[in-house]
Design a binder for this molecule. Sequence first.
Ligand code: PXL
Length: 266
Amino acid sequence: MAFAASIAGSDPSGGAGLQVDLKTMTACGVWGMTVVAALTAQNASHVVDTASVPAFFIKEQIDALEEDFEIGCYKTGMLKNGETVDAVVQALPKGRNLVVDPVLLATKEYRLLDEAGQEKLVSDLLPITTVVTPNLPEAAALSGIKITDAESMEQAAFWFIDNGAKSAVVKGGHAFFRLGTDVYADKDGLMLVEGEVSPFTNVHGSGCCYASAIAAHIALGYPVRDAVCEAKKFVSGAIKYSWEYAPGRRTMNPGWQQFKTYYKKV
Ligand code: PXL
């Protein structure tokens, strides 16, 4: 059995966060685990509120898992604040594979990581990161690079490597150039990760699903570049078979290989 663990926020609607991470890990064939690092109250249309989990309790959850399981890869998502980032950095044993989805905002409007958390993510989390998976707004906010074309997107990917991450996937889902193509970078150079261009934009939970699928494939023993390519195929399917769970709002279908009934062509 391969094990992957998500350290992230709860989304009661099941569309993003820990819930979609667990569905994704299961669909990718690993035993998924969850460390509850933050809470949200939300439904299919909006985030109502968020709350933090005490730092000591985040550490206790990770320590408990470490006592019993050989975790092939961890993944982080919503971390809410600086104390939470500190707790994760302190609790993770050295040398573990770690996929960091640097979640900053929920669908442009609601902040899911405070300023201190954002700074600590760069200074303390990136140096222990195997793969970081920012979308374009996140890459721009964290690096300070204005991303306007393919070249600045590639520069942003290397900024994450210069700041300690072993590899980076800057996602092209928000791009107005080379739409749908992600830029992967590591010390050996660049790789373009092409996907099907989807008619759907802003599908709730797509970033969580992609990062969890990468973590699952790393836990299964895939080399990182191959894990990213496999995860891209998985997330493209989950977007293609996403479903409209509120008017104008779509969410991921990580069960797309079994359940294709939700597909509604726009
Ligand atoms: O998609 C980013 C995200 C991550 N984690 C949680 C969320 C969201 C977006 O709403 O609610 C818990």
